[in-house]
Design a protein. Sequence first.
Length: 547
Amino acid sequence: MSDSTMNGNGSEGVSRRRFIAGTGSILGAVALSAQVTPARAAAAPAAATIDNGARVPVLVIGTGYGGSVAALRLAQAGVSVQMVEMGMAWDTPGSDGKIFCNTTAPDNRSYWLRTKTKQPLSNFFGIPIDKSIPRYTGILDAEDFSGITVYQGRGVGGGSLVNGGMAVTPKRENFGAILPSVNADEMYNTYYPRANAGLGVGTIDPAWFDTTDCYQYARVGRKQAQRSGFPFVFVPDVYDWDYMKQEAAGTATKSALAGEILYGNNYGKKSLQKTYIAQIKATGRVTISPQHKVTSVTPASGGGYTVVIDQINTSGDTTATKTVTADKVFFAAGSVGTSKLLTKLKATGALPNLNSEIGKGWGDNGNVMCGRANHIWDPTGALQATIPCGGIDNWAAGGAFAEVAPLPTGIETFASFYLSITKNPNRATFTWNAAAGRVDLNWQTAWKQPSIDMAKTIFDKINAKEGTIYRTDLFGVYKVWNDTLTYHPLGGAVLNKATDNYGRLHGYSGLYVIDGALIPGNTSVNPFVTITALAERNIEKIIATDL
Ligand code: FAE
């Protein structure tokens, strides 16, 4: 996007009042008084979508990391592919000229079919800050299960649209516990490098980090971690770091420096739309059908699978139902989406031969959030980049890896924020609730206690060393820990259990799982590089042997 297309979308265009009133971060988003004005995305030009009655070689359910890897490699191997995505295309600006809304001013584009925002950081000085929004097929789904809210991206690009872009390869010594049946040499020699290249992963220039205003909060995080004896590590990201330098220099429209995160980045972040999906489109062999939701997959009488798809409008209502036949179906609807579909299809008799591992082994990657109040002589900066670039590693000793996360309010808050990934051992199961006609997950909020204990191995020590305290006003009234959510759902159709060692579902030839559902609950770091690398490994084998 060139500067000539700037129309006040950068921070210049965000009023000072709105900045002061609101605050947003990868941890949470706050909009205290910004007005909600519906900014409906203009109707996209009618791109071709999948035809009712079609017979297709391969259908991929979902357009996140797993689905994008599968579709690209299959298309490059000469196969024509249909990708089906329940969320929107996110390729057309709304009435404000922007595709995505700002974290400080969530509008209808922000949440998936909600009438009120559900911001991860729900309070400020103890005051609730969620607000009414028009119901719309927005970009971030805060899906409530008993005991946990699971945040997920909705749209062409899946979680890559909403996430912080932190692109972390786990330490090799931890890999055996993450995916025990997978050859680590192959992953670290071939598939992790392939995934990192495909995703466009890069690391911040350390010299720039040391001087730029927008990472003062992270430098405070580093200094305090190191003073307590913890290693601070730079974390790679898919954000375009050169673009961020231009944002800081005032020569490019601001995105990370304008508080954009959670509801999409308009400029600098390399979501899948700019990487794998751009390559997919260039093959000319893939059709992507947004606003299409798969509801059933069952063996077809003449071979292959009958797939039922609801086409939906921006209110989430079904406007048409399509039935197609696919020789092969890849489940890439994300850990929750794939697990919910498979659990329902097994229980309702559509795919009765799936094995008893379906729905099991689901974990939250040990996510837990907290904030700390710093002294007045430790300011974290009024300008904060929304893209985290470093973390505190206490995995080996304490079972916690903590992202030093931003709180880009536009004002000095003297606060430090963290999303910790912890070695939480608890695993939940999806089951079909026939009476309610839905899939339930039996996670309990109390199961986060091990995560809190592990995160405290870092932050109790830092607080003691610095003479500081936890913030208690951000997740409710007098609540230190946000222990009711995850950004990192993993598992539910675990590799080498529900599937063989390459994602082929047991019980049905031609059905595959190729997303975060394969990973048994924890990756020790942020998950999408591992999801991408595993998908690269599995699709290579599947193309070589099954097609
Ligand atoms: P995913 O990307 O969720 O894609 C699944 C797609 O399937 C979605 O687009 C769905 O809309 C679609 N879908 C679901 N059901 C259906 C259906 N029935 N029919 C049609 N389509 C369907 O799956 N991870 C990191 O590594 N680093 C980060 O910095 C990071 N930050 C995050 C921040 C936030 C706020 C959130 C929510 C997540 C974050 N994550 C991060 C997690 C990461 O985005 C997630 O692990 C991956 O997106 C999961 O990839 P999958 O391919 O499994």
